[in-house]
Design a protein around this ligand. Sequence first.
Ligand SMILES: NC(=O)c1ccc[n+]([C@@H]2O[C@H](COP(=O)([O-])OP(=O)(O)OC[C@H]3O[C@@H](n4cnc5c(N)ncnc54)[C@H](OP(=O)(O)O)[C@@H]3O)[C@@H](O)[C@H]2O)c1
Length: 199
Amino acid sequence: MSYAIIGFGEIGQTLARAFARSGIDVSVATTRDPESFASDAAAIGPEVTTKTLAEAVKADVIFLAVRFQSHPDVAKALPSWQGKIIIDVTNAYGVPDEDLGGQPSARVVARAFTGASVVKGFNHLVAAVLDQSPVVHGGKRVVFLASDDEGAATEIGALAENLGFAPIKLGGLSEGGLLVQAHGNSWGRLIFKDLVTFD
Ligand SMILES: NC(=O)c1ccc[n+]([C@@H]2O[C@H](COP(=O)([O-])OP(=O)(O)OC[C@H]3O[C@@H](n4cnc5c(N)ncnc54)[C@H](OP(=O)(O)O)[C@@H]3O)[C@@H](O)[C@H]2O)c1
């Protein structure tokens, strides 16, 4: 399984650090020449390599860590996303409901990434919290996952565990997904809830 993070801003870099902490290789891409931020990636760890967007989207699992408004531009990178898992880390805060056509934001993303299995996740905490060690007082920090594809949610749940987190599946995008999405001036009820589970 190969992994990429599209977007190397606050949350993209936070995710890259989580991969590096766990010793898992990941590529990162933006609109920029990969050389221009290669030293920032190298400073995180040897696991993190910069690529062009066209190269990065060859990965099996792709974190979408750009502003919600930029997702259609990323979606243009491939004619079909069949067989790939997109993890939608975006928060559509400030995006009017009319622009979402009354749909959950992750469904709008799913429509743009034709053929992909979309998992909404890793988006409910601010980067500064997600950046901390996922081990808290002997428990593990929770990340929520919502998807209409149970197999994809399970796959990303395993990745979340490998990254040190405790995944909790919330069900489909139109059910659990609403708890962890933003739209207009509202936040889903689980957004910003920093939870820890103990076995
Ligand atoms: N920051 C947080 O605490 C946080 C927490 C949870 C979720 N989120 C969500 O995560 C997303 C990113 O937030 P952020 O704070 O990390 O934003 P950010 O710091 O502004 O970073 C955005 C990144 O996306 C890249 N980008 C923009 N357009 C692109 C395109 N068409 N193709 C490839 N890369 C592109 C930018 O690179 P260039 O413009 O240089 O190419 C930049 O690296 C947002 O949807 C936000 O709501 C953020």
